[in-house]
Design a protein. Structure first.
Length: 435
C-alpha cells in the first residue's frame, strides 16, 4: 500500500522546524515513534479530565530528549478529544508565582495560546465564549426562557469561586456586546479574560468589574476557566507548561521556593481531585526535579510526593505516579524515525527518497561512533544532521551518500552546569555538515 501524500505545507513545517532544532507545531504524527506506554498514560489522563477529574504530570527528560515534542503531541490528542488546551514556556518574565507581574504575564501567554480543535494555533478565547452563548440560546429556546436568564443560571455556578462573580459579569458583558453588535464591549471582555488589564480602575471603567487577573489570582483563574470551558460544551482544560528549568535557575531562594509552593498547591489540588476538569503537564529536566539544593527535591513536601517508586527498579516501571520520565528511544525506534523523516522529506513519495534503506544503518553507525548511545537518547542533534544530509543530497544530485557519510560531523557540546552557573545546554548542542 502506498503511503499517503504529504502536503507541501505540512512537510515544510516539519522539516524547517526540525532543521532549526525546534519542535514543529503541526505534523507531529508524521514522525512520532516509540514511547507507547507514556502516550497511553497521558491519554488516560485526558480521559480522566474529560470525566470531570484533575491530573498533573511532570514530564522529565534531558535537553533534546523530546519533552517539547511529547507535550505538543499530547496537546494535539487533547484537542481531538474536545478539550481546550493552553501552552506556554516559562522564562525570567513568566513564572507561576511572582509579585512583579510575571505570573500575570504567564497567564496572558497561556490565554493567547488557547487552542481548540477548530482553532489549533491559539486565539480561541472569543470562539469559546461564543460557543457558550450559542449553547445557552439553544437551551433557552428549548426551555422557553430568555437567553439572559439561562446564561445567568449557568454562570451562577462560578460565582462561589475566587474572582467568580467578576468572571460571570465579564461573560455577561460579552453576551450583551454579542447581542448588540458592540465590538468594543466584546474586545474589552476578551482583554479581561486574557488578563490584559493593568489596573482595576481601567477594568471598572470598561466593564464595571472591580477585580482583574493579577499575580495572586493566577492559579484560581485557571481553575475558574476550566469550569467555564465545560459550561461551554468542551470536555475540559489542559495546561502545558514547558521549560520549568527556568524556576531551577532562579538565584533568589525565596522566589524559587515561592514558585515551588505554587507547584505544591497545584499538585495537591490535582491529586485530591478538587480542580474540576483541569489538567497540568509540566516539562522539565532531571536537575529541575532531583537537584537537592535547587530542584523540586529541595522542597521537602514536593520530594515526598514526587519521589520514585522504590520497587520500580531493575527494568520495572511505574507510570501511575505524577512523574513521567521519558524513556530513551531504542535504536530500533530511531531507525523508524529516520525512515519517517526520509518519507516526510520526500512528500510521502517513495520514488523521491534521497537515501536507500541501506544508508540508514550506516548513518546510525556513524553517529554512534561520534556520540555513543546519546545519539538516540537525546536525538535532536542527530535529527538535524540527518536533515542536513538530505538537503545536500537534494541540492547536489551527483553527490554520493557513501562519501558524504564519511565527512558528516555530528558534535554535541555538553556544557557543564555548576551550582552557581547553570547554563542551557540546549543552546550549545550543535549539528554541522561538512563537505
Amino acid at each position: 500500500m502506498n503511503a499517503p501524500v504529504i502536503r507541501p505545507r505540512d512537510r515544510d513545517a516539519v522539516i524547517q522546524s526540525l532543521r532549526a532544532g525546534v519542535v514543529p507545531r503541526a505534523g507531529q504524527h508524521l514522525i512520532q515513534v516509540g514511547r507507547k506506554h507514556e502516550v497511553e498514560t497521558l491519554v488516560a489522563d485526558l480521559d480522566r479530565i474529560a470525566d470531570g477529574g484533575s491530573t498533573i504530570r511532570f514530564v522529565i527528560g534531558e535537553y533534546g530528549a523530546g519533552k517539547t515534542f511529547f507535550l505538543n503531541l499530547i496537546r494535539s490528542v487533547a484537542m481531538e478529544k474536545k478539550l481546550v488546551t493552553a501552552n506556554a514556556d516559562l522564562n525570567p518574565d513568566r513564572r507561576l508565582h511572582a509579585t512583579g507581574g510575571q505570573a500575570r504575564s504567564l497567564y496572558a501567554e497561556l490565554m493567547r495560546n488557547l487552542s481548540t480543535r477548530t482553532k489549533p494555533d491559539g486565539g480561541a478565547m472569543a470562539g469559546i465564549v461564543e460557543r457558550f452563548i450559542t449553547n445557552a440560546k439553544s437551551e433557552a429556546k428549548a426551555q422557553d426562557k430568555s437567553s439572559e436568564e439561562v446564561i445567568r443560571e449557568k454562570l451562577e455556578h462560578l460565582t462561589e469561586m475566587v474572582n467568580g462573580y467578576d468572571f460571570a459579569e465579564v461573560i455577561a458583558a460579552y453576551c450583551k456586546g454579542f447581542e448588540a453588535g458592540n465590538e468594543q464591549l466584546k474586545a474589552d471582555a476578551v482583554r479581561w479574560l486574557r488578563g490584559e488589564f493593568n489596573t482595576k480602575t481601567e477594568a471598572r471603567q470598561a466593564l464595571g468589574v472591580r477585580a482583574i487577573v493579577d499575580d495572586a489570582s493566577f492559579y484560581d483563574q485557571l481553575k475558574l476557566f476550566a469550569r467555564f470551558v465545560r459550561l461551554a460544551g468542551y470536555a475540559g482544560f489542559v495546561v502545558c507548561l514547558d521549560e520549568l528549568v527556568n524556576l531551577y535557575k532562579l538565584s533568589n531562594t525565596a522566589a524559587r521556593n515561592a514558585n515551588y509552593e505554587q507547584i505544591l498547591r497545584i499538585l495537591n489540588d490535582s491529586l485530591q481531585g478538587s480542580a474540576v476538569g483541569l489538567g497540568f503537564i509540566l516539562g522539565g529536566t532531571p536537575d529541575f526535579l532531583t537537584d537537592p539544593r535547587r530542584g523540586l527535591f529541595s522542597y521537602p513536601a514536593l520530594q515526598s510526593r514526587l519521589a520514585d517508586n522504590t520497587f520500580a527498579k531493575a527494568g520495572l516501571v511505574d507510570y501511575s505516579g505524577p512523574v513521567l520520565r521519558l524513556s530513551s528511544l531504542a535504536p530500533e525506534d530511531f531507525y523508524v524515525l529516520l525512515q519517517k523523516l526520509r518519507n516526510v522529506y520526500a512528500f510521502g513519495d517513495a520514488a523521491k527518497f534521497l537515501l536507500p534503506d541501506d544508508a540508514l544503518p550506516v548513518f546510525m553507525e556513524h553517529c554512534a561512533r561520534r556520540l555513543g548511545d546519546s545519539y538516540f537518547r537525546t536525538p535532536r542533534t542527530t535529527i538535524t544532521a540527518f536533515i542536513n544530509l538530505l538537503a545536500v543530497l537534494e541540492q547536489n544530485p551527483r553527490a554520493s551518500w557513501q562519501e558524504l557519510l564519511g565527512s558528516v560531523e555530528v558534535r554535541a557540546d555538553h556544557g557543564g552546569a555548576s551550582d552557581g552557573d547553570i547554563e542551557a545546554e540546549e543552546d550549545t548542542e550543535l549539528a554541522s555538515f561538512k563537505l
